[in-house]
Design a protein around this ligand. Sequence first.
Ligand SMILES: CC(C)(COP(=O)(O)OP(=O)(O)OC[C@H]1O[C@@H](n2cnc3c(N)ncnc32)[C@H](O)[C@@H]1OP(=O)(O)O)[C@@H](O)C(=O)NCCC(=O)NCCS
Length: 172
Amino acid sequence: MSALMKTIKGNHGGLPYNEVMVIKQLTNLNSKQLLELEAREKEVFGEGGLNRWMLPVIARYGFLFGLFSDEKIIGLASFTSRGTPCRAPTAFLIGFWINEAHRGRGLAKKLLTEAMREIKRSGVDRVELTVDEKNETAVAIYRKAGFKIKRKLESFYGPSQDRLLLAINLLQ
Ligand SMILES: CC(C)(COP(=O)(O)OP(=O)(O)OC[C@H]1O[C@@H](n2cnc3c(N)ncnc32)[C@H](O)[C@@H]1OP(=O)(O)O)[C@@H](O)C(=O)NCCC(=O)NCCS
């Protein structure tokens, strides 16, 4: 099952008039979508990509947002989340990509903005993420979206795999 959240169309953000894109929250993936997303994740992130064992769990217990063009997924934003009675729910952006052919058109910005609007509506107060400081494009996009750099996490993903921890408070 998936819920339509937003339709993007027209001469907007670099999209030609005849192109219609939609953002959907994916709560249950069919086998075809699962294998396709696994392949795309591997293409973009190699062994660090989300796989067929993680994606359905994230869809069900976290948040998975797909950007579609003509029924084809061209972008994905994946979030895990946690909350306790003493701590407001925090979501963690665990995966984020736009197909290479569609980059540089403002689509990452749109997908991230809509995804965060939706998870805020679900009661999430804060979003955190980690990013490689050498990934200047991603760091720039997150900072433009309002994320602040919190600290460096040494060897977060194993030896020499340091990451920057970024966070945004959705209530501000
Ligand atoms: C990171 C990624 C999602 C960006 O997707 P995109 O659709 O090309 O990004 P957008 O076109 O929406 O760019 C959004 C904003 O960032 C800006 N931006 C893009 N690259 C930039 C750069 N190198 N430096 C500064 N700003 C940059 C854009 O100008 C735009 O800002 P504006 O609207 O104010 O002009 C895409 O490059 C990708 O999938 N990369 C591989 C996976 C990855 O690295 N994911 C992040 C892992 S943490």
